[in-house]
Design a protein around this ligand. Sequence first.
Ligand code: SF4
Length: 97
Amino acid sequence: MSEAIQVMGLKAKLGLDVFKNNDEFHIKIVAGCEKDPRLKKAILVCPAGLYSENSEGEVELNQDGCLECGTCRIACGSDLLEWHYPSGGAGVQFRFG
Ligand code: SF4
């Protein structure tokens, strides 16, 4: 007899994580850089899809669901993003890896 193996998709895995918010923005787009074309890399690389471009051509960030992976920080650099981990007790808690 063989057991059926179920493979979870990315969205299902991310749905297992728990996020604790503390009303603090741990990532900020540097003021005046919202239209910088280099910031659009964050839209492409964020695995949680938290960056978007509005109708004014500005990049926006919704931090709900941030995985704290640092990918946007690496892609865009500190010229464009102020980035730090959330303070103690807040942020993502990964479940099942
Ligand atoms: S740290 Fe990772 S998940 Fe959070 S906004 Fe940056 S790229 Fe997205």
